[in-house]
Design a binder for this molecule. Structure first.
Ligand SMILES: [Cu+2]
Length: 374
């Protein structure tokens, strides 16, 4: 998980479904493209797959990219991201079972006058490999920024496999200069489920929770082998966003109010979801109202640990979100095997940026603000 501190569809909702039978298909559905949308093609290095590669620990590529490398600096709107697994030559489609995740991230330093809460631009995961913001919405950027492309290979299903594959991704964007109507700016924040590594269930960041918050207590869990270390909450207690899932069905909760850090009442127009195989659902709940904000469901192949679908949200109308409310994430995993597996459960929330000032970014671009990659 890459975090900095450490989508008109009919009505408001568009569910994107990649059928179980289509795990090797080239395309999932995404919302309609913007009439002026362009794409940048990006390739990972060649990944050699020799047997099983667990989640989050396989070979990966990290590289800085410029969306319009040879053009003068200008204001751009990032509108979507799509990936395919291909052979080493870059042309022949291969199974999505070789996709762990593909990320686009902002450079380490934001342009002057711009503050982005998390580093994420877009994250794709096996089961959710083709996403687009709703029509008329974008993530503002400048062509002078070196955006970071990161892609990691996976193989949970083919122990005998000996194969070289690459990830081929498309970064979707619209030039501000091509617009006839202004884009609505979105900003990304995130929320993720965590396990307590302190030996007992704890509420993230809260020492003495009231009963409502106490119900969103992180379960006591363990780090999978090879996973990076723990992160500490404001009270110095260890947690992890990547935990071990024992056989059977489990429900995990986390209080995510502080992680989301919503600065004002606004609306969410896109939610990307990152989970691992055997995840069944991930729901964002408003603890203040007691209502569900949105729930994503997932499908794992009936015979093997391969995600065939992860729902995401992309809506023009949006989902109201409030600065003074408490929120929890509820993740359900059902591990049908007799062995432990591992989990992550993250929502990337894209809310309407009410403070966006186009002139600030335009000025940064015009000055050629050459931002460094992490
Ligand atoms: Cu993960």
């Amino acid at each position: 998980m890459l975090h900095r501190p450490t989508p008109p569809v009919p009505a408001a909702l568009l569910r994107v479904v990649l059928l179980a039978a289509a795990v090797d298909a080239a395309h999932a559905e995404a919302p309609p493209r913007h009439p002026k949308e362009a794409e940048l093609l990006v390739f990972s290095d060649v990944f050699q797959v020799n047997g099983i590669i667990k989640s989050m620990v396989g070979p990966f590529t990290t590289r800085s990219i410029r969306v319009r490398p040879n053009a003068p600096p200008e204001l751009l709107w990032l509108t979507g991201f799509q990936m395919e697994v291909v052979d080493a030559g870059g042309l022949q489609p291969q199974s999505y079972e070789f996709e762990c995740h593909s990320n686009l991230a902002w450079p380490r330093d934001d342009p002057p006058g711009v503050q982005r809460p998390v580093g994420q631009v877009f994250t794709l995961t096996q089961g959710q490999v083709d996403v687009r913001l709703p029509p008329g919405f974008g993530l503002p950027s400048t062509s002078a920024e070196a955006i970071v492309f990161n892609s990691q290979v996976l193989n949970l299903t083919r122990p005998e496999e000996q194969k070289a594959v690459r990830h081929r991704a498309r970064v979707r964007y619209v030039r501000d200069a091509d617009l006839t109507q202004p884009m609505k700016p979105l900003v990304v924040t995130s929320a993720y489920v965590m396990a307590s590594l302190g030996g007992e269930a704890m509420v993230y960041g809260v020492a003495d929770p009231d009963p409502k918050r106490a119900a969103a207590s992180c379960h006591a869990g363990a780090l999978p082998r090879g996973a990076p270390g723990a992160q500490k909450d404001a009270l110095g207690r260890p947690f992890t966003g990547h935990w071990v899932v024992e056989p059977g069905r489990h429900e995990y909760r986390t209080l995510v109010t502080d992680l989301m850090n919503i600065p004002y009442d606004t609306t969410v127009h896109f939610i990307g979801v990152h989970v691992h195989p055997y995840s069944q659902s991930l729901e964002l709940r408003d603890l203040t109202t007691g209502k569900s904000v949105w729930k994503s469901t997932q499908t794992t192949h009936p015979d093997r640990p391969s995600l065939t679908n992860i729902d995401y949200y992309s809506g023009v109308e949006g989902l109201p979100i409030h600065a003074g409310h408490d929120y929890e994430l509820v993740s359900v995993y059902d591990n049908p095997t007799s062995d432990a597996t591992d989990a992550m459960a993250t929502m990337f929330l894209y809310y309407l940026d009410q403070k966006f000032d186009k002139t600030v970014l335009a000025a940064a671009g015009a000055n050629g603000a050459d931002t460094a990659a992490p």
